[in-house]
Design a protein. Structure first.
Length: 570
């Protein structure tokens, strides 16, 4: 049964009486530093992002406040898979040990970073090097899972560069649930001293896996092969930053039991230029232009081609006599395949001695992917008539540092999606993407961090999400109303750290009619790491009590799993 909104309000009041902020928040942007990442003992990017309130991340996904339209940029280049139905993320192109900083804009960023970002934007900055550095990490464990990743960075001015590679195999935990993945990448940079710098990057990932399907509709012969190539050239010259990139994605899906053999190939090209200037009278002004061109071809549809031209400007003014800043922005998108769109943004920030408050509104548009409109799989039918959705996002963010040991944050949000794109379930286990009218995501998240002494800290995150179809007043499928997480970190010795995690979610509906529920769950995990010199050994156990549960979309979640490994740093 769904709980009443009053329960949420009471919970917020109790949490607010304890604390209202997190040490990772700066105004309305959440910042995770390399030092924060090291303390988390992460073995994937999802391990980092899942500690942030309002965010749920998987091996190839991320949602913010229930919205999966999240744009992820690594050093300015997109990591979103162009062949994906929901903007899946190629997290394999970056490992946690190579990350210098992560900035998370929850429900914001559409004016600066463009369409398809109604959920928000994740900005990842990779580490640089002053000489030569690198890591080698290997682990193995249950379900036949083995992984090897390595990276190397070097600097010999005016040149710099890097190499990276990885391999992973996993036999899975049910029939046709195996996975094999390998990747490689390289980068080369050149510094023009005071003039600026150029950096070229190239990455390749190859992924083969089986899709087990739903417990009530198994697909034991559904297989997929995914290949992604990503190239980028980024320039940073004084106030002007330029970026050119190409992402090429290929997906081959087969199911011998249904005679299915489909391939889709998508190329995405992007050219962007950003600049800014500071005017004493008008504040800090940022502006830029972009051109995007996409092509797609597949075995089940004719070749497609679309383009977008974008212009944006943002003016941020800080009052000299008041601790208040105002930001106004607008972005114009001229789309060849959809209606043109104009996206405004306004933000008001007050900075006090211990409390920071930000109120914001922005609008952005999400365009349906080629995959959603044209591709066919064992469980998904195409819908060429799928249209663009519009998102209006409102939020209020409170950030406070109450003491040296206590901090936290509180966010209240309301996101309204018009012509929302959703995956709807049909008879016989087949589904399709459809525009379902207007949907509203309302709620809030609260987080606090308590670090009473150096050897212990506790973090608690809770998100309330009331996601409904405005026209029918029914709940949206795959959206749990309550999600929570607790992380307890112990450091009994200087080189030994232990983290216990509890995480859970309330029931969610699988269908638009709200007739089928996915049960609630509560799971506990454990991980430990011991370091000596440049070496470290680690272990992790997920789902300690081996609870059987389902993901919110109805897929079977993994049972208890473990692995052990070693990492070497140069």
């Amino acid at each position: 049964m769904r709980t009443h909104l009053g329960w949420f309000v009471a919970w917020l009041a109790l949490s607010w009486s304890i604390t209202v902020s997190t040490s990772l928040a700066t105004h309305d942007t959440v910042v995770v530093t390399a030092e924060d990442i090291e303390k988390l003992q992460p073995h994937s990017m999802a391990d980092i992002l899942n500690t942030i309130p309002g965010i749920s991340a998987g091996s190839s996904s991320v949602t913010i406040h229930g919205n999966s339209k999240v744009k992820v940029l690594l050093d300015g280049r997109p990591l979103n898979d162009p062949t994906s139905s929901y903007g899946a993320i190629k997290w394999d192109m970056i490992t946690p040990t190579d990350v210098a900083k992560i900035e998370i804009l929850r429900g914001k960023g559409g004016v600066r970073y463009g369409q398809d970002s109604s959920g928000g934007v994740v900005l990842i900055s990779s580490k640089g090097s002053t000489d030569i550095s690198g890591t080698l990490k290997a682990f193995g464990g249950s379900q036949g899972r083995y992984s090897l990743n390595s990276s190397l960075q070097w600097v010999n001015l005016p040149f710099s560069g890097g190499l990276r590679g990885g391999y992973e195999i996993n036999n899975g935990y049910q029939v046709n649930n195996d996975k094999k993945r390998y990747q490689g990448g390289a980068s080369l940079g050149y510094s023009f001293e005071e003039l600026g710098a150029l950096r070229f990057s190239a990455d390749y990932t190859h992924d083969e896996r089986g899709y087990a399907g739903y417990p009530d509709y198994p697909t034991p012969f559904s297989r997929a092969e995914k290949i992604m190539q990503a190239y980028s050239l980024v320039g940073d010259f004084s106030r002007i930053k330029t970026k050119a990139y190409l992402n090429r994605g290929e997906k081959h899906h087969t199911d011998s039991s249904r005679g299915l053999d489909k391939t889709i190939v998508v190329d995405e090209y992007g050219l962007e230029m950003d600049s800014g200037l500071s005017l004493s009278t008008y504040g800090e002004i940022s502006y830029g232009a972009a051109y995007y061109w996409s092509t797609a071809q597949g075995t089940s549809f004719a070749p497609q081609e679309e383009s977008t031209i974008s212009l944006y400007v943002i003016d941020t003014y800080t009052f000299s006599s008041f601790p208040i800043s105002v930001s106004l922005g607008v972005r114009a998108n001229i789309n060849s395949g959809f209606d043109d769109a104009y996206n405004p943004e306004i933000k008001l920030t007050h900075t006090g001695d211990w409390l920071q408050t930000t109120l914001s509104y922005n609008r952005t548009n999400n365009t349906p992917s080629f995959y959603q409109r044209y591709n066919e799989t064992a469980t998904t039918m195409p819908n060429p008539a799928l249209g663009m959705e519009r998102a209006d996002n409102f939020s209020v963010v409170f950030v406070a540092q109450l003491s040296e040991t206590l901090s936290g944050s509180l966010t209240l949000f309301h996101n309204r999606l018009t012509d929302r794109i959703t995956y709807t379930y049909g008879a016989g286990g087949t589904s399709s993407y459809q525009n379902v009218g207007t949907a509203a995501y309302s709620g809030g998240d609260v987080s606090f961090t308590w670090a009473p002494f150096e050897q212990f800290n506790a973090k608690l995150n809770y998100t309330f999400l009331d996601a409904k179809d405005v026209d029918t007043d029914l709940y949206l499928p795959t959206k749990s109303q309550h999600r929570g997480r607790v992380d307890l970190t112990f450091i009994p010795l200087n080189d030994l750290s232990i983290i216990f995690t509890g995480r859970g979610a309330s029931t969610a509906y699988r269908d638009r009619a709200n007739t089928t529920e996915v049960p609630e769950y509560c799971i506990f995990d454990y991980k430990m790491e011991y370091r000596f010199n440049q070496y470290s050994v680690f272990t992790q156990v997920t789902n300690i009590f081996n609870k059987e549960y389902l993901y919110v979309d109805g897929l079977l979640a993994p049972p208890r799993a473990w692995f052990v490994g070693v990492q070497v740093r140069m």
